[in-house]
Design a protein. Sequence first.
Length: 75
Amino acid sequence: MVRKTVAIDDNLIRDLDIFARKEQRDFSSAMRYVLRIGLLAIENPELTVQEIKDIIEAMVDYEMGNVSELKLKDF
């Protein structure tokens, strides 16, 4: 992990700290999460933030082996 120094507005720090507490994350983890979602939103303007969060959650579930193959039944 690379460490860099950045200047961030006090109001943004406060908002991010509130977000971190609501999400039960530490400040650094919350910042990485918000930046990831923000970058993905910029790269995929057709998706909503909720859709992006759902995709990230599905990717984690897949990586952790928490999903199984969907078996389609004949109707």
